[in-house]
Design a protein. Structure first.
Length: 403
């Protein structure tokens, strides 16, 4: 019971695991598993994947902690004879490599040792990129070894997981081979799971099982990530408490002030009330006069250049040309509530129909002859029902005098 409460206070009831692998085009692929924990069991599993790092904040909610498993092409895995020493296992599998330059994990089976390594520079780059995307890392692992606890539940002798084939013996690794990417499905306690999510799914177990830290050199970095996560969580919760407390204080002050103001209002004389009303009236009158002056100045500022440009375009066209729309500084894209409104500055878009190709050509030359016209771009021109439909953009030279 105590462990459940402590886990809930530390992590809540929502858990996340992310596997980073490499797809057939050499791009990073992010496989995500999100689950809720109830009575020490993960349930309501959600599976998602993307190749776009910028989409992760839309999938993994803000302030959500996450375990990461790095399984890209930058991760190398070799097997060697059984070796209980981490340092010796590393040097035996990769004799030319320096341990200070790599993160590594070691998996010992009954008769052999597997070693997975990845350059610290590569891992740190991934951690920084995830941090820039507001992903709160709880820990990370490299390679495939996190799936060992799932092998008894899967019960298969061979697994094909994101480009690596695992031969299983006695619920442990027997052999690892590089194979072409292929997706399949496996059953875990009656639940069918795609092969591309098996490794990410195993990452959920890293929240409780930290035995892998004894067979890797990642402990110090992971401790730093967890410390950073705890500090963020503390300041966030403390901030919410402080804001809540401040709101309560302000509410109490507002109630007391309202009561006091009501009592004082009853004691005011008619003269004071009149003075207050007079002062309010004078303030409003002054504000109205100021606004009237602003409007008057705007009305006297003269016609805008935009009216001049549109007028020149309309008057320059021959009778064989008709306009369906004229937009001064048109929108670059449709208006969206979550995006800034962007316009194509110093330009006018014109669309319509022409009955005479020669007159249309002559009209284009007249437009180009205007001093304020710097460039004319035709984005659409085609024949429809004996008429030529066109759409063009006139770019305006801001420094030119409107003539």
């Amino acid at each position: 019971m105590y462990s459940r409460i402590r886990s809930y206070l530390a992590y809540g009831n929502k858990f996340c695991s992310l596997e980073i692998t490499t797809d057939e085009d050499g791009r990073d692929q992010f496989n995500i598993v999100i689950a809720r924990k109830n009575n020490d069991e993960f349930e309501k599993l959600e599976f998602q994947n993307t190749n776009d790092l910028t989409e992760l904040p839309d999938i993994i909610s803000k302030n959500q902690h996450c375990e990461v498993i790095i399984n890209t092409d930058a991760v190398l895995i070799k097997e060697t004879q059984l070796n209980e020493s981490l340092e010796n296992a590393f040097q035996t599998a990769f004799p030319g490599a320096s341990r200070s330059d790599f993160y590594y994990e070691v998996l010992n089976t009954t008769n052999k040792t597997f070693v997975a390594i990845c350059k610290k520079m590569e891992v740190n780059s991934i951690i920084n990129r995830l941090g820039d995307s507001k992903i709160n890392l709880h820990g990370f692992r490299i390679g495939l070894f996190s799936i060992v606890p799932l092998l008894p539940l899967i019960g298969e002798e061979s697994l094909n997981l994101n480009g690596r084939e695992i031969i299983v013996s006695d619920n442990n690794f027997h052999e690892i081979n590089k194979v072409p990417l292929a997706e399949s499905e496996y059953s875990l306690n009656g639940m069918i799971v795609s092969s591309k999510y098996i490794i990410a799914l195993s990452g959920l177990l890293n929240y409780e099982d930290e035995s892998y830290l004894a067979t890797s050199n990642q402990g110090e970095t992971i401790a730093g990530l967890r410390k950073l996560y705890k500090e963020k969580t503390f300041f966030r919760k403390f901030g919410l408490f402080a804001i809540g407390f401040l709101l309560v204080v302000l509410l109490v002050n507002f109630v007391l002030f309202s009561i006091y103001r009501s009592e004082v209002s009853e004691l005011r004389t008619e003269t004071e009330l009149y003075s207050s009303q007079k002062e309010t009236y004078e303030n409003k009158l002054s504000s109205v006069e100021t606004k009237e002056q602003v409007v008057r100045n705007l009305l006297q500022s003269g016609n805008s250049k935009s009216s001049f440009y549109v007028n020149r375009i309309v008057t320059s066209k021959p009778a064989s040309i008709s306009f369906s729309q004229i937009n001064y500084q048109p929108l670059i894209r449709s208006i969206r509530p979550d995006k800034e409104i962007e316009v194509r500055r110093s330009s006018i878009s014109v669309a319509g129909e022409s009955l005479d190709k020669q007159e249309f050509s002559n009209w284009m030359k007249r437009l180009e002859s205007f001093d304020w016209s710097s460039e004319i771009v035709t984005s659409e021109y085609g024949e429809s029902n004996n008429k030529d439909r066109f759409e063009l953009t006139i770019k305006i030279e801001e420094s030119a005098t409107a003539k």
